[in-house]
Write a protein that binds this ligand. Structure first.
Ligand code: AGP
Length: 617
């Protein structure tokens, strides 16, 4: 949601800003704009729609050469996605100040009333514009931009990353962060700001994550950080561990297609250095947690949203089966606003690709207030979630650009398996042979995922063939259940069709009424060797829906000799551990959704109404 870029330095600022905004496009937006200062004058261009509209506007009305500026992609909250509501917003009657904002200013109505009473004229319907006018007004009184900026930041409630430039101070960008992401890129004789490192990674890999309630004073040759009270704050830099090419399509027709194909590497990178050849998992990431503390854990609560919550569901099956610790999985926004029972012996695990999902951040803060320790499973270095958690297990999926999560999910599930095995070993819940066999099976996952991808055309062809489907249902038991829900979510978000995932055992309790002649149903079929006898139960479920007209596509294990008798099509995946099968079974569902969406001519990478990183509650 909303992308933010700031730059001070010798390069052509318009190019740096547009390049940064392009790399942030994946976050989701519906208008874009930039402001630069040149020869003591502020100039702004903004346009609704995609970045190409802004580029056309700049081509029609070129901007002068400049060495300082700010850029923004807006995902509309307050006010429709029009040219006028696009950012930047100008402050003061003389329009000397430009401001961009990501987040929501919750007390904007009372601030606006105050400004209206003084006769301020507003040019937009946004919550953001109040901040621009307030800072401009204070600056006119004191001519101290930092003082005006920090004073206004202290008056705002809600979530905001705000960047400001003022034509009277043409060498500085001021920025503030509360409950919304902001990262600094450190260059030589130039410095950058971005919603995430993608904004500037083609220029520098040295980055600083801005903390909660901090103000940045960014100049070409210096970066200073302060608290909202004006106290200087020390910072530490980190090295971005992926390069700009990792966030490009690299010849694939879409980011989603590339990211599906990236999965063997993403899983291998997530496992790297963490699973010994003998099958023992060593997670240095949580080494500060003692065996005693692990033994003291009475309950685990996993908080996450969307696809990440399905990774949490799979982790629940793994942790309960292997480590024998009770686990509940909660959508972050539900957990935060009820009265969950959290004790000091509750471990909270937050899963988030971006590490900036506001619902999950709020859940984590709440859990910490209640005294819980929080582990994060996160894909983004320097993200707020990583900073605020007691320990972080990074997934190493690389940048995920498509809104629909694919490789981040399988990397998250992989991290969940590793954590489950570490907990199992610490608690002595599995015998050595079983423990190490599972660890070794983890090491085989990247190759087995590659094998699934080698045969992915079958799932893609089925997706294309279902381009006119009005509804697709998904069924599964055990880990097949969250996989079914993920398959349905993928279809909803990128193909805009009705899709639902059900626990196959729940069918007869209601959903079977949905089945009518020709209804496509994709069923996750467990291994025929499965010790819990789930295979015959799922075959029975298939027979029940086929008897009522369903057309069944089965995802089944290679060598399953019976399933072919009960399905119109079977996609076979390699044999693995029953819980680890989740990683293999979900991949054909990703390809099915991608092909179906493509056949409908939709934008698979940037589906309507969605943002990659949901930074407001
Ligand atoms: C996945 O395809 C979705 N775009 C969405 O459900 C996503 O997984 C969710 O918003 C959580 O994001 P996060 O992992 O960055 O917290």
């Amino acid at each position: 949601m909303c992308g933010i870029v700031g730059y001070v330095g010798p390069k052509a600022t318009v190019d740096v800003l547009i390049g940064g905004l392009r790399r942030l496009e994946y976050r989701g937006y519906d208008s874009a704009g930039i402001a630069v200062i040149s020869a003591g004058h502020l100039e702004m261009r903004k346009k609704s729609g995609k970045l190409v509209n802004l580029e056309a506007e700049i081509a029609a009305h070129p901007l002068p050469e400049s060495h300082i500026g700010i850029g923004h992609t807006r995902w509309a909250t307050h006010g429709a996605p029009t040219d006028g509501n696009a950012h930047p917003h100008l402050g003061g009657p003389a329009h000397k100040l430009a401001l961009i904002h990501n987040g929501i200013i919750e007390n904007f109505a009372e601030l606006k009333a105050e400004l209206l009473a003084e006769g301020t004229r507003f040019a937009s319907e946004t919550d953001t514009e109040v901040a621009a006018h307030l800072i401009a007004r204070e600056y006119e009184q004191t001519h101290d931009l930092f003082a005006a900026f920090s004073s206004v930041m202290n008056r705002l409630h809600g979530a905001f990353t705000i960047l400001v430039v003022h034509q009277d101070q043409p060498d500085v960008v001021l920025a503030a962060r509360r409950n919304a992401p902001l990262v600094i890129g450190l260059g030589t004789g130039e410095n950058f700001l971005g919603s995430d490192v993608a904004a500037f990674v083609e220029h520098t890999k040295r980055a600083v994550s801005v903390g909660q309630d901090e103000i940045v004073v960014l100049r070409a040759d210096s970066v200073e950080l302060f608290g909202f009270d004006g106290t200087p704050v020390a910072y530490t830099e980190f090295e971005v561990d992926w390069d700009a090419s990792a966030a490009s399509k690299g010849g694939w027709p879409s980011f989603m297609a590339k990211e599906i194909a990236d999965q063997p590497q993403a899983i291998a990178d997530t496992l790297m250095g963490r699973v010994r050849p003998d099958g023992h998992v060593v997670l240095d990431d949580i080494k500060q947690i003692s065996t005693q503390q692990i033994n003291d854990i009475e309950r685990i609560i996993i908080v996450a949203c969307g696809t990440a919550s399905y990774a949490g569901d799979v982790a629940k099956y793994a942790i309960e089966k292997w480590a024998r610790i009770p686990v509940q999985v909660e959508l972050s926004h539900e957990f935060r606003y009820r009265s969950p029972i959290v004790t000091p012996n509750t471990l909270v695990i937050a899963i988030s690709q971006s590490g900036e999902t506001m619902d999950t951040l709020m859940a984590v803060r709440y859990a910490q207030e209640l005294g819980a320790k929080v582990f994060a499973i996160c894909n983004t270095q320097g993200a707020t979630l990583a900073r605020e958690s007691d320990a972080v297990i990074y997934t190493h999926a690389g940048p995920e650009v498509a809104v629909a999560s694919t490789k981040a999910l399988t990397a998250q599930i992989t991290a969940g398996y590793m954590l489950a095995l570490v907990l199992a070993e610490a608690r002595g819940a599995l015998d050595e042979a079983h423990l190490t066999a599972l660890g070794q099976e983890l090491l085989h996952l990247p190759k087995k995922v590659s094998e699934v991808l080698e045969n992915i055309s079958q799932a893609s062809d089925l997706g294309t063939a279902h381009a006119n489907a009005k509804s697709v249902l998904f069924l599964g038991r055990n880990v097949g259940f969250p996989v079914a829900m993920e398959g349905a979510l993928k279809l909803k978000e990128i193909a805009y069709i009705h899709a639902e995932g059900f626990a196959a055992g729940e069918l007869k309790h209601g959903p079977i009424a949905l089945i009518e002649e020709g209804q496509p149903v994709i069923v996750m079929v467990p291994s025929p060797d499965d010790v819990d006898s789930l295979h015959p139960k799922v075959i029975s479920n298939i027979q029940e829906i086929r008897a009522r007209g369903a057309k069944v596509i089965a995802i089944a294990e290679e060598g399953d000799g019976t399933v072919g008798n009960y399905a119109e099509a079977v996609i076979y995946v390699p044999k693995t551990d029953a819980i680890m099968a989740a990683v293999l079974c979900v991949i054909p569902l990703q390809a099915f959704a991608l092909a179906l969406s493509t056949a409908k001519g939709l934008d698979v990478d940037q589906p309507r109404n969605l943002a990659k990183s949901v930074t407001v509650e």
